[in-house]
Design a protein around this ligand. Structure first.
Ligand code: FAD
Length: 380
């Protein structure tokens, strides 16, 4: 009997991979380190490339229903004056899907329900993998072992499996921090159903409704702002005091203890994502900075391409993983590099910041939309 596949990590990459494999009749189980999938974390923006994949997996309508399908994405200055605008309605008409803002926990629950909880084992911390000619044996911190035909490591940015496969590859820091939160606040109609990201004074503040009356937000600050939690909300409010409505209102409604800190890191594109029967996907393979909102979307694309490659090479996982890398590495690498660049551009301040704003404002909207569309267009 053919051994099943094993997916390590039940995040967006791992659960989407399990779903995509199941839809192609490829058996796989997911082992996730966390004892429960908790309703923690902030929100996430699922862009049209990920939503097209979810459409093919039959989940897009439920994601739209569980989140907020957006009508616009805008980069604005500190006074909320547009610098760049995309009309998500037009993009939706082109790709069949727009961008949807959703709570991470809601997305995880939808994926988990679709995969089937029977196929997901929680509280399983993978500690080692050993490969032989017929398969891979994964051992877990609880002393158990699982035998599999192949292993997909969807274990995130700090992937322990990547460390085992490719020692020496480490996430690279950018010197910036992102603080994320959700605030119960009713925005005026102009600010509903849109992502706005405000760039001013070397700071960035992004926000969108994640459900009616709940706003998901991030505040990106240079490392010198400090990572201490003490007095955090007051420091954020002081730093963003010059930003126009609704930024102060959103921060005023924030709960300090629930604010999440993220160091901004990425991983330089790897020349390969697999060794033998073990393959990295998602952040484990190519984590990007959050500035394009594409890390999770790229993980979703990986998951779909993985299932496609394995269905074409069902008895030869290494060949499937080579095919996956061929399908995905150039695009994923481009996102990592562009996202890093967007990070630098967004933090420009003073005359350089003014020059950036003028140049971006001068570009016709269709030109900016074309750039977004090149990210949203799937290659397979
Ligand atoms: C501030 C911020 C904002 C972002 N916003 C967006 C956005 O709007 N849109 C977007 O697309 N992306 C966004 N991203 C990126 C996105 O969060 C990641 O790209 C995405 O979560 C990666 O998913 P993943 O499944 O690869 O990894 P993860 O979500 O990190 O999941 C990895 C899973 O593996 C498990 N695991 C780890 N080690 C083990 C082990 N040894 N054994 C078993 N399980 C293990 C972990 O518990 C975890 O559940 C953002 C990132 C940040 C930091």
């Amino acid at each position: 009997m053919q051994l099943p596949g094993l997916i390590i990590g039940g995040g967006i990459a791992g659960l989407t991979a399990a779903l995509a494999l199941r839809q192609r009749d490829l058996a796989a189980i997911v082992c996730e380190a966390a004892p429960q999938i908790l309703p923690l974390g902030a929100g996430i923006w699922m862009a049209p490339n990920a939503m097209q994949v979810f459409g093919r997996l039959g989940l897009a309508d439920r994601i739209d229903a569980g989140g907020v399908p957006l009508q616009a994405i805008e980069i604005v200055d500190g006074q909320m004056r547009p610098i760049l605008r995309t009309d998500q309605g037009r993009i939706r008409a082109q790709f069949g899907h727009g961008t949807t803002a959703i709570r991470r926990a809601t997305l995880q629950s939808l994926l988990l329900a679709e995969v089937g909880p029977a196929h997901v084992q929680l509280g399983k911390v993978c500690t080692a993998l050993a490969e032989d000619a017929a398969g891979v044996t994964a051992t877990f911190a609880d002393g158990s072992a699982v035998r599999a035909a192949f292993v997909v490591a969807a274990d995130g940015l700090r992937s322990p499996i990547r460390a085992q496969l490719f020692p020496g590859v480490r996430p690279a820091g950018t010197g910036h921090l992102v603080w994320r939160g959700m605030s119960a606040v009713q925005l005026t109609p102009h600010f509903k159903r849109a992502i706005r990201e405000a760039w001013a004074g070397g700071l960035r503040f992004g926000f969108s409704e994640i459900e009616d009356g709940v706003v998901d937000w991030f505040a990106a600050v240079p490392g010198r702002f400090g990572g201490a939690r003490e007095g955090l909300l007051a420091r954020l409010q002081a730093a963003f005091a010059g930003f126009a409505y609704p930024v102060p209102a959103i921060l005023a409604a924030a709960t300090e203890a629930a604010i999440i800190k993220n160091e901004v890191l990425d991983i330089a594109p790897l020349p390969r994502w697999h060794r033998g029967r073990v393959c990295l996907i998602g952040d484990a393979a190519h984590a990007a900075t959050p500035y394009m909102g594409q890390g999770g979307c790229q993980a979703v694309e990986d998951a779909y391409a993985l299932a496609l490659s394995l269905s074409q090479n069902p008895h030869d996982p290494p060949a499937a993983f080579t095919a996956l890398h061929r399908l995905r590495h150039a695009r994923a690498g481009r996102i990592v590099r562009t996202s890093r660049l967007m990070g630098h551009v967004g933090y420009l301040d003073g005359p350089l910041g003014a020059l950036r704003n003028a140049a971006m404002r001068a570009a016709p909207q269709w030109v900016s939309e074309q750039q977004f569309c090149s990210v949203y267009r799937l290659a397979y």
